[in-house]
Design a protein around this ligand. Structure first.
Ligand SMILES: Nc1ncnc2c1ncn2[C@@H]1O[C@H](COP(=O)(O)OP(=O)(O)OP(=O)(O)O)[C@@H](O)[C@H]1O
Length: 346
């Protein structure tokens, strides 16, 4: 079931077309990540959903209720939408308890119980209740902000770069914790992030924006492995792109013959993710494909650059584990796992 429908939304600021004809459905109980380069319109889209901006055209519908359409504009505080932003935006003069309980009726008999339940939900210790925000770490502050937003029982939660101020390890923990909390509360969420890996691991649906347009929306697997175009492919991760000739479910390229989806014919461009490529030492004149020109040791993930024999292409950069790294000058072939993705031409 669809909870949120964004239908042909456009927004212009002076000469800047911030959003152009955006349509996106968000399923109830799901998590959507919106990604895109800086200035692509992510924040504008979130602000329109929240009700802080009115679109120039198009509609926003939440759970069957029209929130924005021409002159119709349900005010932000009546939309039932929760927001957690980058800085958490806690009230500095209030305790954790009062931050979480902000908006609850003062004398309500179950006020304390509800605050404690929310604190438990975001996995914070009860001795934090009397602290002020400045006595908490960044991650703890984000949890309080999440608890406060959850306390209002939102129909939809908007997460605007909520993890970006946290360092890597904590960021990953928080991402998992937030996904867990949202899932157990059955709350639909939209996350805006600059971190592609974060988007791919957090979401059921990834929406890619570029210059105010929605380029592609789909499962993390589909946008990563079957990106619509080169730019999207490179935005979501490293990619090896090669010219090839396709026929009957295979493509011949500088790496040899690789599997592709059936239906592509003739000259095409294929894409492989570097982790699909395995560097194999190969001395055979018949099967070796190139030479290692550079090896960069990087701990868990190392990079091997292979210059292909007889092909006027820049060296191919392959991510590999540190186990059995080849050496500079080694002759190698490149084995491919899975299918290569073919752009267009079908
Ligand atoms: N209030 C405003 N007035 C004028 N232009 C604006 C306003 N808000 C956004 N813009 C412009 O609209 C475009 C989209 O901005 P938006 O903030 O939505 O992008 P973004 O993808 O969130 O960027 P970032 O990743 O840098 O946060 C940009 O060109 C921006 O300069």
């Amino acid at each position: 079931m669809t909870l949120l429908t964004i239908d042909r939304i456009s927004k212009r600021y002076g000469h800047v077309q911030a959003l152009q004809n955006i349509s996106l459905d968000v399923a109830a109980g799901s998590r959507t990540a919106v990604v895109g380069p800086s200035g692509s319109g992510k924040t504008t889209l979130l602000r329109i959903i929240a009700g802080f901006e009115q679109p120039d055209g198009g509609q926003v519908t939440l759970d069957g209720e029209l929130l924005a359409d021409g002159p119709v504009a349900v005010p932000a505080h009546k939309r039932g939408i929760g927001i957690v932003s980058q800085d958490g935006a806690l009230f500095p003069h209030l305790s954790v308890a009062d931050n979480i309980g902000f908006g609850f009726e003062r004398g309500a008999p179950d006020r304390e119980r509800r605050i404690i339940d929310l604190l438990d939900m975001v996995e914070l210790d009860r001795n934090m209740l009397i602290r002020r925000p400045h006595q908490l770490s960044g991650g703890q502050q984000q949890r309080v902000a999440l608890a406060r937003a959850l306390g209002r029982k939102p129909r939809l939660m908007l997460l605007d770069e909520p993890f970006s101020a946290l360092d890597t390890g904590l960021r990953e923990n928080m991402r998992k914790a937030v996904a867990r909390v949202l899932q157990s509360a059955g709350i639909t969420a939209i996350l805006v992030t600059h971190d592609q890996a974060e988007a791919l691991s957090f979401a059921d649906q990834v929406a890619v924006l570029r210059e105010g347009r929605l380029i592609q929306a789909g499962s993390p697997q589909s946008v990563y492995l079957q990106p619509l175009d080169r730019e999207t492919a490179l935005f979501l991760g490293d990619a090896v792109m090669l010219p090839a000739v396709a026929r009957n479910g295979f493509a011949d390229c500088a790496l040899g013959r690789v599997a592709v989806d059936v239906g592509h014919q003739g000259k095409v461009e294929i894409m492989l993710r570097p982790e699909q490529i395995r560097v194999v030492p190969d001395q055979s004149e018949q099967t070796y494909r190139g030479r290692v020109v550079e090896v960069e040791f990087g701990g868990a993930t190392c990079t091997v650059a292979v210059s292909l024999e007889g092909v006027a292409l820049p060296p191919i950069m392959i991510k590999t584990s540190s186990v059995a790294l080849p050496s500079q000058g080694d002759r190698v072939r490149l084995d491919i796992a899975g299918k290569a993705h073919v752009f267009g031409n079908r």
